[in-house]
Design a protein around this ligand. Structure first.
Ligand SMILES: O=C(CO)[C@H](O)[C@H](O)COP(=O)(O)O
Length: 215
């Protein structure tokens, strides 16, 4: 791979009953960040974790907790997640078209790093104002599967968005999420992604460290 990328194992694929030890195992294997999928059962048809779990995990690790908010009302999560010790707060552009300025300001005021994500069907142009605005996001998360579940097939057509973003913003953090593993990480990195989320390919591998070392 050309550029050195960060790897963030998606804890959605971990054994939630042993979250702290699973997180430590990933860090021991070389993970840079821990990716935390927060789903509300409304924006996506799945329900996962919220601020109480982030707070519990924070007691066990100093790692960067990269929170991806697949929720309809991200504003409601800013204060609780800030208190819980989240590091990154990435919301979806599809539910924040009218209030992203306020959202970004509040995320930053709680000491978190703002990011915006978009679904495979959302045009990339929708995030440009958030990268260039008065209160810019610091990362764009390009979903490479439909959000909601781990273990889906990578959608190569989403790479056009990564390429367009990288061309327009040479120093922006661009994260990709969904179906990333040994056969797709290179494609995403060559397109310009520098933060790779990988769930099932890392947790399902006999040697997680080997998959993590690919990024
Ligand atoms: O955001 C997600 C689902 O909405 C997950 O982070 C993502 O799908 C990772 O899982 P996998 O690598 O198994 O595809």
């Amino acid at each position: 791979m050309g550029v050195e990328a960060k790897i963030a194992p998606s804890m959605l694929s971990s054994d939630f009953a042993n979250l702290a030890s699973e997180a430590q195992r990933m860090l021991d294997c070389g993970a840079d960040w821990l990716h935390m999928d927060i789903m509300d059962g409304h924006f996506v048809p799945n329900l996962t974790i919220g601020a109480p779990v982030i707070e519990s995990l924070r007691k066990h690790t100093k790692a960067y907790l990269d929170c991806h908010l697949m929720v309809t009302n991200p504003l409601d999560y800013v204060e609780p997640l800030g208190k819980a010790g989240a590091s990154g707060f990435t919301f979806h552009v599809e539910v924040s078209r009218d209030n992203w300025g306020e959202l970004v300001q509040r995320i930053k005021s709680k000491g978190m790093r703002p990011g915006v994500s978009l679904k495979p069907g959302t045009p990339i142009e929708e995030v440009y104002p958030l990268v260039e605005g008065e209160y810019p996001v610091e990362m764009v998360l390009v979903m490479t599967v439909e959000p909601g579940f781990g273990g889906q097939k990578f959608m190569p057509e989403t790479m056009d968005k990564v390429r367009a973003l990288r061309k327009k913003y040479p120093s922006l953090d661009i994260e990709v999420d969904g179906g990333l593993g040994p056969s797709t990480i290179d494609m995403a990195a060559s397109a310009g992604a520098n933060c790779i989320v990988a769930g099932s390919s890392v947790f399902g591998a006999p040697d997680s460290a080997q998959v993590i070392s690919l990024s």
